[in-house]
Design a protein around this ligand. Structure first.
Ligand code: C2E
Ligand code: CA
Ligand code: CA
Length: 794
């Protein structure tokens, strides 16, 4: 066992032991001395008694010279074994008489420490001293007494010491647990808290203390556990905070002004794209602020440091990798009474936010496709322009521009091409304008140009002319060569429009008017234009209602005449709308609406079914083999159900496919060749005929035509109508006919109105003739009658 000299127990026991032993030794020493002195006194008393007993008789006998008696007395006295020697020095004769049982010299007795008693013998009668009496008395009994005493003392001390030692051992043993408790408590490790392994079974104070210590340790363990879980929670929340900071791109930092020390959170390092071990000084940190923002931000921070309080800043920072970020920082400066100043702040990376905001702003004010201002921004600019014009007494022109047949391009070439065209057009238009003009896109193919400060109507007209002619010629969009024209409407403030809304509305009306009047031109707004537009809108509404119940629609038929024998060989189905109030409405007034609203799909299918029903009916009245031509619009070509629908109808009404012909305009077929070809080939497989309608108005070349599975070319009526007076048109018609024949197509001439037309076309070997000369398009019943009563015209 290792002895710990610092142990309280050991020390206590040692102290008790030492002090007890010393104390007892002292007591014993004192007692021993008292007893020894007392014993010595007793011995002296004995000598004194002996001396007193013999002195009178010795004195008397010596004075009388009775030497015998003196000897007798001396020898009697020597009977007392303790009396070792008696010496009488007689003055009278100076004679010394020695009486002793032993032959020892006086010196030896002196040396042995025997007791000496001296007295004088005197003559009682003379009253004078006559001799010295010396008695030497043995100190043996005293020495024996002392020696015995010492022996007892030794055993006593030894016994006492042993019992003290034993008591100390007992004490040490019972206090031993204190030492263990002490070392256990010393070695107590809060990181691995353990209960003390102490004997707590005894009912003593140490056990009680040990028990208390264990209770305390249990409490400490509990406390440590709660501290640990608290710590874990803290750590977790720190992790969460870090994570949240990371997700939110929020970092925190602290600047201890007095120490000029900057503390940055991990997220700040991440935002700054810096390694965590890099320390930044306050001035280095500030120098990250982009130059353009520095002056202002330094000012705000300095102000906050001087005055204390909060600050809220947004600025750009330049990173080492040259990238820049937009940062939003909120913080405050705290000044303590002891003079310490601390700036704490959170910084957020708002780069994405800022970009998003800009994007949203862009979306709110700019057209996503072309990047041009949108309606909102345009209105704002018009508003400002009006205020300006009022002040300067100047004029504003608003130009409404709509591409002609854009829908067709979109439907046939696809939206991607349509979008590319719009981007192309916006660039084209921009080139014609000045910086101060606003070119905006309202949607679709509608562009609006604001000329904020013009001097005269003529100036507006000049620009409109410039715009119209900018579209002249061929435009290459992707692989397509497109010919585009535009219709333009112009309104003027204050000349013909007095407000923002009327400016827009009137320019729109003028644009409609330009379209109505043949497109590819501009019109300046005038009051009488308005009526037409509202009619147009009403038609649109009515048409939507009519399409729900098809009974307002009717298919009319116009005969096609075989130029060789003059017989009716077929008919073209042409749609009519019996308007409840307006009467008969022609397709030119609603086909556009039907196409733009998508209602043409529904209507188109109804027309196809209606024609099949009619063919079946004619068969029943023995009109057999009559060819019916049905017009297909561009939208219908995009309907993936078109061919399957036609097949279903053919089967349902048991029609000979050869009796059906589908007319597709040249523009449609040329515009989206792949899609058209696919549908046409499918139709061809069914066995129906295909005709290219309005041939000559488009720009199709012969090589294209060869690819198409077509049977018939329909020469556009504009050539036919004009060919009598216009030799050029006549040549065109002639060329088309011979070209078609050489490719194996039959030809149909539309717009045959006069005998002259008929003669010329027969001359040119045109196969079929269609036009008012023979019959206008007529209702089915009338057509049945016509068929039954028809005699070829000559
Ligand atoms: P289109 O296919 O070129 O039809 C021929 C147009 O010429 C018809 O006009 C017809 O009435 C007219 N016409 C016939 N003979 C003469 C004539 O001798 N002189 C003159 N000046 N015109 C004549 P409509 O019926 O008004 O149809 C106009 C256009 O509407 C059609 O032109 C066609 O593109 C479209 N359309 C008509 N019906 C339908 C239809 O059912 N479906 C589709 N998708 N389009 C149709
Ligand atoms: Ca047609
Ligand atoms: Ca036609």
């Amino acid at each position: 066992m290792k002895i710990n000299f610092n142990s309280i127990t050991l020390r206590t026991v040692l102290h008790i032991f030492t002090f007890s032993v010393l104390f007892i030794l002292f007591i014993i020493f004192v007692i021993r001395n008292i007893f020894a002195t007392a014993y010595m006194d007793l011995e002296k008393e004995k000598i004194f008694i002996i001396q007193n007993n013999i002195v009178p008789s010795l004195s008397l006998n010596l004075s009388y010279g009775f030497h015998e008696a003196v000897n007798e007395i001396a020898n009697q006295t020597l009977l007392n074994k303790d009396v070792l020697l008696i010496k009488i020095l007689n003055y009278e004769n100076n004679n010394t008489q020695l009486f002793s049982n032993y032959q020892h010299s006086l010196e030896k007795y002196k040396k042995d420490g025997e007791l000496f008693s001296y007295t004088k013998l005197s003559d009682p009668a003379m009253q004078k001293d006559i001799a010295d009496l010396t008695i030497i008395y043995s100190n043996d009994s005293y020495e024996e007494y002392v020696s015995n005493f010492n022996t007892w003392l030794f055993w006593g001390v030894l016994g006492f010491s042993l019992s003290i030692a034993f008591l100390s051992f007992l004490l040490y043993n019972s206090l031993k647990n204190l030492t263990i408790l002490d070392s256990s408590l010393k070695s107590f490790n809060p990181n691995e808290p353990k209960l003390l392994e102490l004997d707590t079974s005894k009912n003593d104070e140490v056990s009680s203390i040990s028990l208390s210590a264990n209770i305390m340790i249990k409490n400490i363990i509990k406390f440590l556990d709660s501290l640990k879980s608290l710590n874990e929670k803290l750590l977790q929340s720190q992790v969460h905070l870090k994570e949240a900071q990371r997700i939110a791109n929020v970092g925190s930092w602290e600047y201890l002004v007095n120490e000029d020390k900057l503390l940055l959170s991990d997220e700040i390092y991440r935002i700054l794209n810096m390694k965590r071990d890099r320390t930044l000084t306050w001035s280095e940190f500030q120098s990250l602020i982009c130059k353009k923002d520095r002056e202002y931000i330094y000012g705000v921070l300095k102000d906050a440091l001087v005055k204390g309080g909060r600050f809220d800043i947004q600025h750009c920072i330049k990173l080492q990798n040259k990238k820049s970020l937009q940062v939003h920082t909120k913080g405050k400066v705290r000044k303590k009474a002891n003079g310490s100043v601390k700036m704490t702040a959170v910084s957020m990376d708002i780069t994405q936010d800022t970009q998003n905001k800009k994007m949203i702003e862009k979306l709110a004010y700019y057209d996503a496709l072309t990047g041009l201002p949108n309606r909102v921004l345009l209105k704002d600019r018009i508003h400002k322009a009006i205020q300006n014009a009022d002040r300067l007494k100047s004029k504003i022109a608003l130009i409404f521009l709509d591409l002609d047949h854009f829908k067709l391009i979109n439907d046939t070439l696809g939206h991607d091409t349509g979008d590319k065209l719009l981007i192309y057009v916006s660039a084209l238009l921009k080139k014609q304008l000045r910086e101060s003009d606003t070119l905006s896109r309202l949607g679709g193919d509608e562009f609006v140009i604001l000329l904020p400060n013009i001097t005269s109507v003529e100036a507006a007209k000049n620009i409109a002319n410039k715009l119209v002619s900018a579209f002249n010629g061929q435009h290459n969009i992707e692989t397509h060569q497109l010919y585009i024209t535009t219709s333009i409407g112009i309104s003027l403030y204050p000349d013909n429009s007095d407000s923002l809304d009327s400016l827009i509305m009137n320019a729109d009306t003028a644009m409609y008017d330009a379209k109505q009047d043949g497109r590819n031109q501009y019109k300046i707004y005038s009051k009488d234009m308005g009526n037409y537009i509202s009619t147009q809108m009403r038609v649109e509404q009515d048409f939507k209602l009519a399409i729900d119940n098809h009974n307002e629609f009717e298919v009319y038929y116009q005969p096609k005449i075989n130029s060789v024998n003059g017989e009716i060989s077929g008919a073209e189905a042409l749609i009519r709308w019996n308007h409840p109030t307006k009467g008969l409405v022609f397709p030119d007034d609603f086909i556009n609406i039907a196409e733009s609203t998508g209602m043409i799909l529904d209507l188109g299918k109804w027309i196809i079914q209606e024609c099949m029903i009619q063919i079946q009916k004619w068969e029943k009245v023995n009109i057999i083999g009559l060819k019916v031509a049905i017009n297909l619009s561009a939208k219908q070509f995009q309907d993936s159900n078109l061919v399957s629908f036609i097949i279903a109808m053919i089967e349902q009404y048991d029609i000979d496919p050869a009796q059906l012909e589908f007319e597709v305009t040249e523009t449609v077929s040329m515009a989206n060749m792949d899609a058209t070809l696919r549908v046409l080939n499918e139709l061809k497989i069914i066995g129906v005929n295909i005709a290219i309608d309005d041939f000559g108005t488009g720009y199709s070349s012969l090589s294209y035509l060869k690819k198409f599975p077509i049977n018939t070319l329909k020469i556009d009526k504009s050539f036919v109508l004009d060919m009598i007076h216009d030799n050029e048109d006549k040549i065109i018609v002639q060329t088309i006919i011979s070209m078609a024949h050489s490719l194996g197509f039959t030809t149909v001439a539309e717009g045959v109105e006069t005998k002259a037309h008929v003669d010329a076309l027969i001359d040119m070997k045109c196969d079929y003739l269609q036009g008012y000369y023979y019959s206008r398009p007529i209702p089915k019943n009338e057509f049945t009658q016509l068929l039954q009563n028809y005699t070829p015209l000559t």
